[in-house]
Design a protein around this ligand. Structure first.
Ligand code: NAG
Length: 455
């Protein structure tokens, strides 16, 4: 696909990393705004420097095959989200389209005829441009599943190829940066096989979010982890494939390029009510644990609800799966923490995957009020363990201040500049605003290459 490279500023920074994992794609949901009190999350809670991409979930498709918002205030939230690009010009935003009506995906009718697909593509491009998004995220769960026919595997391939062609053409016509095209895809092997013609879709997608979570939950009779890295010795039959290693290995064996696959990281856990006194992995369960006070969904807790619970609970590590669970009384929760994220990052790097995607920002302790680990403890740690440079801190807008750093960029062209006061940092100017960026530990900034390097 025809595409401009990443902006040089970013390229220079990334050249200092050895890992190929260069994307940190974070999802947010437009239903998180309805959680009470400190659980309420809107797009203005997003840290513009935390992720490389933010995906806004969720838009949908109406019966006229047109892309439409799903919430009364979506357009306000789109503005909040896309205004973050004024603060971090490297941030990319995508709109996710999916959902279902009575369990039926709106993609089914839309892909069924070339004319319907053409209407959708036209509406999607116009909607994305009007609202200042950088791309589209297809969230059809799943072709060939839940009322979708086997032939939808080919219809999905057609849709992806046609969208790519339309995005290339639109970028040529308007001389704008081409819109990104991405998809959220299944992690279960039988669903992958039914849903995707991988060699046909992969070349047209910028990245592929493999939803490597929800492997296990209260719908099963025994406790097991939501998002294990490997199989456990108590797994049998098809359960042997319910883990990250099996899913990603399968995507790779079907021909997906490693650098387009993004590993899914969950900022939530799945809970069970224990049947008896056994509280180990594989203990008998009677069903979902009680709903959390903020997410209010039986069987699922946000990380910030988990972290209140583990205070006083017994916390255990599953060595063969590299993930933790916690238990107290009849409650059992399998969740992710800094250690399991680090183990997954190490594995992700060993497979040279393109990066990580996170479901979701709003389920992490986004404000830091619950866990006392700072804001976004899981995603911040993920970012750090992926080797991204520390986040820049945006100084206040250069209004009346006389601070020489804050006003440095006033009247200067966009670009990178030396910070004579501190060589371990440098100054990035964008639209007259100064951003102080920090080199990786041990490196200093050289203006000759506009890069950080060893002293
Ligand atoms: C990871 O998956 C591959 C492919 O299925 C398999 O051969 C390998 O044994 C798995 N590794 C572990 C530690 O389970």
């Amino acid at each position: 696909m025809a595409r401009l490279g990443l902006p040089t500023v970013f390229g220079v920074l990334l050249a200092l990393h050895t890992a190929t994992s260069t994307k940190l794609v974070c999802h947010m949901t437009n239903w998180a705004q309805y959680r009470p009190a400190s659980g309420k999350f809107t797009a203005d809670h997003i840290d513009p420097f935390l992720c490389t991409h933010v995906v806004y979930a969720l838009a949908t498709i109406n019966s006229f095959n047109t892309l439409i918002p799903t919430e009364w205030n979506d357009e306000d939230q789109y503005k909040m989200l896309n205004n973050l690009k004024d603060i971090n010009p490297l941030l990319k935003t995508l709109l996710s389209v999916g959902g279902s009506t009575n369990g039926i995906s709106p993609f089914i009718g839309m892909v069924s005829k070339p004319e319907n697909r053409a209407v959708f593509m036209k509406s999607a491009i116009s909607f994305l441009r009007t609202n200042n998004f950088d791309g589209l995220n297809l969230d059809w769960e799943f072709p060939g599943q839940s009322g979708s026919m086997g032939s939808d595997k080919d219809r999905f391939s057609d849709l992806v190829a046609e969208l790519d062609e339309a995005f290339v053409q639109e970028a040529k016509d308007t001389r704008k940066t081409q819109l990104l095209l991405t998809a959220n895809v299944a992690a279960f092997l039988p669903i992958i096989n039914r849903a995707y013609d991988v060699p046909k879709i992969a070349p047209h997608l910028d990245f592929i979010n493999v939803m490597t979570y929800d492997y296990h939950g209260h719908w099963e009779a025994r406790t097991s982890h939501n998002s294990p890295l490997f199989k456990s010795s108590i797994d049998s039959g098809s359960q042997l494939q319910h883990n990250i290693n099996s899913s990603i290995s399968h995507w790779l064996s079907l021909g997906a390029p490693a650098d387009k696959l993004l590993l899914g990281f969950s900022t939530y856990g799945r809970t069970y009510s224990l049947r008896g006194s056994d509280s180990t992995l594989g203990a008998l369960s009677t069903g979902a644990g009680e709903a959390g006070p903020y997410t209010r969904t039986a069987g699922l807790w946000s990380y910030y609800e988990v972290c209140s619970f583990i205070n006083g609970a017994s916390v255990n590590w599953i060595p063969e799966q590299k993930v933790p669970y916690a238990t107290n009384g009849v409650v059992w929760v399998g969740y992710d923490n800094v250690q399991s994220f680090a183990a997954k990052v190490e594995w992700m790097n060993s497979k040279s995957l393109g990066g990580a995607h996170v479901w979701t920002l709003d389920l992490d302790d986004f404000s830091g009020v619950f866990c006392s680990e700072g804001a976004y403890p899981l995603v911040t740690n993920l970012r750090n363990s992926m080797g991204f440079p520390p986040k820049p801190t945006a100084p206040p807008r250069p209004t009346t201040t006389k601070d020489p750093i804050v006003s440095f960029c006033a009247g200067r062209p966009d670009g990178l500049y030396e910070n004579v006061a501190d060589k371990t940092t440098y100054l990035q100017c964008f639209n007259g605003i100064t951003y102080v960026q920090r080199c990786q530990p041990g490196l200093i900034y050289y203006d000759a290459c506009k890069c950080c390097n060893y002293p």
